[in-house]
Design a protein around this ligand. Structure first.
Ligand code: ZN
Length: 232
């Protein structure tokens, strides 16, 4: 049964792939984590920058109003010298008070904005330094990984190609059972060891061992459900 042989080859190829991948340790997952963190922080910086721009344009607007109020105030104060009666004097003073109140409100809002901007600028700086830190680590891990990979890159590529070819020859239902185990345990099939299952070491019935050696049918371990094969 050709596909059975192919499945055994697949198990062997997967074991070699696993060995190479485990030699890379947790570098790939560390790199992935750092990259996603970096992206999150960049998004945060973007949001903060938009907020900062909004505050700046509000600040410009308020400064313009402040200038208008200042010039109005100067104008009213000049007019005080020209008033002809008490009524005019009182009316002008009311105007002056209104402008002073406006100026007061503007200066309170302005100082809030300035405070707010300062905080946001600090947050941006903090985020930026985290990113710099992350980038440094990323460079370090990436070059470590590159070194590790260059040692067996060719072999790894070759194994991946072999795996692809083998997968194409194996029945889908068998392959899906194999993959469930591969993802759960790190291997999708196990060779029998003596008269035991190579995965859970449960002793197997003699009849089952005979059937496995005949390679006519796919056989699974009664105890751990792994696909079993005989390695000559
Ligand atoms: Zn077993």
């Amino acid at each position: 049964m050709a596909t059975m042989e192919n499945l055994i080859s697949l198990a062997t190829v997967d074991e070699e792939i696993r060995e190479i991948e485990s030699s890379r340790g947790d570098l790939p997952s560390r790199i992935k984590k750092l990259e996603s963190e970096k992206e999150q922080i960049n998004n945060e910086i973007e949001k903060l920058t938009v907020k900062l721009t909004e505050l700046s344009s509000k600040e410009t607007e308020l400064n313009r109003s402040k200038q208008d109020c200042d010039s109005n105030l100067a104008k009213y104060k000049d007019q005080l010298y020209l008033v002809k009666n008490n009524k005019e004097y009182d009316a002008l003073n009311t105007e002056i008070d209104t402008v002073k109140t406006q100026l007061n409100e503007i200066s309170i809002t302005l100082s809030d904005i300035i405070e707010n901007k300062k905080q946001i600028e600090e947050d941006i700086k903090l985020n930026q330094s985290t990113i710099d830190n992350n980038s440094e680590k990323l460079d370090k891990y990436s070059s470590q990984l590159k070194n590790l990979m260059s040692d067996n890159e060719k072999e790894y590529k070759n194994l991946t190609l072999q795996k692809e070819k083998l997968i194409g020859t194996i029945d889908e239902s068998i392959l899906s059972k194999y993959n469930v185990m591969l993802n759960a345990k790190g291997f999708g099939a196990a060779a029998i060891v003596g008269d035991a299952c190579g995965a859970c070491y449960t002793t197997l019935p003699t009849q089952l061992i005979t059937e496995i050696k005949q390679k006519n049918e796919y056989k699974y371990c009664p105890s751990c459900a792994i696909l079993l094969y005989f390695e000559e």
